[in-house]
Design a protein around this ligand. Structure first.
Ligand SMILES: Cc1cc2nc3c(=O)[nH]c(=O)nc-3n(C[C@H](O)[C@H](O)[C@H](O)COP(=O)(O)O)c2cc1C
Length: 586
């Protein structure tokens, strides 16, 4: 195929070459960098922009799969996008061969489009694939997305191509037309059909199907299918993170190990460098494969303002102090959270002159990392020992904590950091959990938060809590709801504060450590799946060398399968430079 001045050679006219043909109208085309693992777009022409509604600056640097998502904020491809065509694209890209086929795409405004797509690999002198050209022929797809169900797209697509009708027959038209006993789906091979069905299931269901018979077991061994199943259950963001961990094990094994946690082990990690001077009450979080620590309470209650990084991808990981050109005021009892990409956000805590309610962000990958203050309108009261998390990669949620006057708080605030001028918004819930400090908030299912434990107000007293509450920020009017756990209450984690909570890729949450009343061991791990209809706590026994008896640890999940635990203190001792890893997959 010849490309002339950004358009396909029109002299060729409308010829069919099997499934693909040379069009007479201006054609959309894009170019991707094939040396990057996720094929980011490096060029899109103006026909692509006009046809899809996406401007070049919105899509360059991204993989073109966003066209399979119904709106720019959707987290997964639309269910009517044929997974087998997507498998086929992946296979061709992996093998470095041409692809041509047809699939459902969406304009930026959500309008469905039929895309007759051709992908052509370009090879360098040494034979390696350097670029891929994508040529798209978009046409209207007049389907009512609310009334059709999977696999209507495939069925219609077969129907149409069997008539070689390349002139974009609408779906309504083709579904009304002749051949009433023609059923496209029955023309699929058993294998394709089985893969189509299996790719809609959860990892647990696919594992059960695999145990039915040898043939089913064979069918479930397809790596693309396995990835699809993981992506259905855990979302795209999580599978992208996990991609790093699957090289040795494969998706099937990873799905099993993360579901059963059979391979989980504790180990002590030794890394070079130290976080100095010594401190407690700092805050840490993971940024991709890096562990970042900010601030803390030094000797003589000195509020610290330094930032340290431990790169776990390095051959010999070492704690390094980040050279920043400006720092937030020193503090402890604050929170540090990871935003999209390489950004961090610090909120609140206790500084030299009392409690704070300021927000600072830092891009860890900037050439000269600089903490920048974000002055959001209507901030929450200054506080420390609150809890925070980030939802959707960009919204900071803060709840509870303690004011200067020692009053415990029960409010929940949200700051959308994607906005040009971020403004704080209190989430008005008709009912709120009792006010508290030292609790945890973990995100699961992309937009849902689980609050657990802390020192909570109970009548005129303050008692350690073991209650769990959830809120879904995707709801029109988000509400806090107490989680009514099933099973014996004695199996659940004993009341505690200053503990840690870890969100696993599959949406379950592990509670660990903290200051616990009585003789209970803080090293015991408790597991909850808040998405279950009747969630029940499970105790997780993990072999290996767990962290010492202590409270006030910090935990972060690195690469989706490595839970790192650092710091913590016993009555007399700060274990600042002790690092343990709970490895979830082998
Ligand atoms: C150059 C290029 C252009 C592409 N154009 C499209 C497109 O127009 N529509 C689409 O749905 N997918 C397109 N793709 C395919 C997706 O980007 C992606 O490779 C596919 O969804 C399979 O990968 P996934 O399973 O990780 O999503 C294109 C890929 C490349 C490399």
């Amino acid at each position: 195929m010849k490309l002339i001045g950004g358009k396909l050679d029109e002299d060729e006219g409308l010829q069919e070459h099997g499934f693909f043909y040379y069009p007479v109208r201006p054609t959309s085309f894009v170019v991707s960098d094939a040396l990057d693992p996720d094929f980011p777009l490096i060029y899109v022409n103006s026909v692509f922009e006009a046809a899809t509604g996406y401007r070049a600056d919105e899509v360059l640097g991204r993989n073109c799969r966003f066209l399979q998502f119904r709106d720019p904020h959707a987290q997964r491809r639309h269910p009517l996008v044929d997974p087998m065509v997507v498998f086929e694209i992946r296979r061709c890209l992996e093998d470095g061969i041409e692809f041509q086929g047809e699939l459902l795409n969406f304009r930026k405004d959500g309008t469905p489009l039929v895309n007759v797509l051709k992908l052509v690999p370009i090879h360098g002198d040494d034979g390696s694939m350097t670029h891929i050209i994508g040529i798209q022929l978009f046409s209207e797809a007049n389907i009512d997305l609310n009334s059709v169900s999977y696999p209507v797209f495939k069925q219609q697509c077969y129907h149409r191509s069997s008539h070689h009708d390349v002139n974009a027959t609408t779906y309504e038209e083709s579904s009304k037309s002749d051949d009433s006993d023609f059923c496209g789906i029955l023309q699929l091979s058993d294998e394709v059909l089985a893969h189509n069905i299996l790719s809609r299931l959860t990892p647990r269901d696919v594992a059960s199907m695999a145990s039915v018979c040898t043939r089913m077991c064979e069918l479930t061994k397809n790596e693309h299918l396995r990835k699809m199943v993981c992506q259905n259950a855990w979302g795209r963001e999580v599978t992208v993170k996990l991609e790093l961990s699957i090289k040795l094990s494969g998706w099937g094994r990873l799905a099993r190990e993360l579901t059963t946690l059979e391979a989980a082990t504790w180990r002590k990690m030794t890394v070079a460098g130290r976080v100095e001077p010594s401190r407690c009450n700092f805050s840490a979080c993971a940024v991709g494969n890096r562990l970042v620590l900010f601030g803390g309470e030094g000797i003589n209650m000195q509020p610290m303002d330094d930032t340290f990084v431990l790169n776990l991808e390095a051959a010999n990981p070492e704690w390094r102090r980040v050279k920043v050109s400006a720092s937030p005021p020193g503090r402890w009892g604050h929170t540090l959270s990871w935003l999209n990409g390489s950004w961090l956000v610090v909120f609140g805590g206790c500084g030299q002159r009392g409690l704070l309610n300021d927000v600072f962000v830092l891009d860890l990958d900037a050439q000269q990392p600089t903490w920048r203050e974000i002055t959001g309108e209507g901030p929450p009261l200054p506080r420390s020992w609150h809890s925070s998390c980030t939802v959707d990669g960009s919204k900071l949620v803060v709840s509870g904590g303690c004011t200067d006057a020692g009053v415990l708080l029960s409010d929940t605030f949200l700051l959308d950091l994607t906005k040009e001028k971020p403004a704080w918004r209190e989430i008005p819930s008709s009912w709120s959990p009792p006010s508290r400090l030292g609790h945890t908030m973990s995100v699961y299912g992309r937009t849902k938060i689980l609050m657990f434990g802390g020192l909570a107000k109970s009548g005129s007293l303050r008692l350690r809590s073991c209650d769990a509450y959830t809120m879904d920020l995707d709801e029109d009017d988000p509400e806090w709801r107490q989680v009514a756990t099933s099973g014996f209450p004695s199996i659940g984690p004993p009341p505690r504060l200053d503990h840690v909570a870890v969100s696993l890729p599959c949406g379950r949450i592990i509670i660990f450590g903290g200051s616990i009343a009585g003789l209970h061991s803080p090293s015991q791990l408790f597991l909850l799946d808040p998405a279950e209809e009747k969630p029940g706590w499970r105790i997780l026994s993990v072999p290996g060398q767990p962290p010492k008896f202590a409270w006030g640890h910090s935990t972060c999940v690195v690469g989706g399968t490595r839970v790192l635990v650092l710091g913590g203190r016993t009555g007399e001792e700060w274990n600042l430079n002790e690092l343990h890893e709970l490895r979830l997959a082998s």
